[in-house]
Ligand binder design. Structure first.
Ligand code: AMP
Length: 272
């Protein structure tokens, strides 16, 4: 892949890059369409990265269907699907990781303490292998996008990072490969994440600006489904991700909820 990227660059071709863990859905495809517009050559990677999964998480059961993914990528005119294996990316003796000081201390980083180290490290490796001039990430993973943007600035990667809007099912559920785990009876409970974000937006529009009050309202909504367990609900600063007590400017509301065994996340910018 790196040799191929070098050849493209020597022929003055720009590379647009979409990293994924596969089991592609319309959200991933929207990133590909964005990438298609922004580079001469579009590279998509499919790699379920072991270093971002903690003990007891779903690394081994993460859904996979490479044939279907390749077909979908082909339809989006993707030029290269890069599918490294874990032994070639993390050979024996691997010991170098990329860590951010502050952003991972919030939201998902609290219950997934090694997650952002794994993400920052694998994205660094993929950037060095694929050599893109632009890379597209989804706003669905808001904290991940913030981490990547910060890392690219801090470490002077010569790569433009583009954030693409969250693609949702018609009823509002954010698309995710993990939605595949949901049992039919859990699907309704999963919708409560989007309902929570919409409710928060409405409350704010009605003049409720106290974050705790909004979060308490939303908790009731989520707990009305008996198999849902809140990991976190946060109303936070869009750049630092630090909690905001009173809404006085645009904020991000982000939440993670376990529906049965499936951990779902979602977020929305709430305009003041
Ligand atoms: P994943 O395969 O879940 O690691 O996601 C790969 C990329 O797709 C990440 O940049 C995600 O933020 C993005 N993505 C995942 N779900 C969505 C969605 N529903 N809408 C837009 N982008 C998404």
């Amino acid at each position: 892949m790196q040799a191929y990227a070098n050849r493209l660059i020597s022929r003055k071709k720009s590379i647009a890059f979409v990293p994924t863990m596969g089991f592609l859905h319309e959200g991933h495809l929207s990133l590909m369409r964005e990438g298609r517009k922004r580079g001469d050559v579009l590279v998509v990677s499919i790699f379920v990265n072991p270093t971002q999964f903690g003990e007891g998480e779903d690394f081994d059961s993460y859904p996979k269907d490479l044939e279907r993914d390749l077909e979908l990528a082909r339809k989006e005119n993707v030029d290269v699907v890069f599918t490294p294996d874990k032994v070639s990316l993390y050979e024996n003796g691997f010991q170098t990781y990329v860590n951010l000081e502050k952003l991972p201390k919030h939201l998902c980083g609290i219950s997934r303490p090694i997650f952002f180290q794994g993400v920052a490290t694998v994205v660094t490796k993929l950037f060095n292998i694929v050599k893109p001039s632009v890379a597209i990430f989804g706003q669905k993973d808001y904290q991940q996008l913030a981490v990547i943007k910060r890392m690219v600035r801090d470490l002077n990667f010569d790569i433009e990072i583009v954030g693409a809007p969250t693609v949702r099912e018609p009823d509002g559920l954010a698309m995710s490969s993990r939605n595949n785990y949901l049992k039919p009876e859990e699907r309704l409970a999963a919708l409560s994440l989007f309902e929570s974000l919409s409710k928060a937006q409405n409350l704010c529009a009605e003049g409720v600006l106290d974050s705790d009050r909004i979060i308490n309202e939303v908790k009731k909504l989520i707990h009305s489904h008996k198999d849902s367990k809140i990991d976190y609900i946060s109303i936070c600063d869009p750049d630092t991700l630090e909690d905001i007590k009173t809404i006085e400017s645009p904020v991000v509301m982000a939440l993670a909820v376990k529906v049965g065994k499936t951990r779902l996340i979602d977020n929305m910018i709430i305009n003041y």
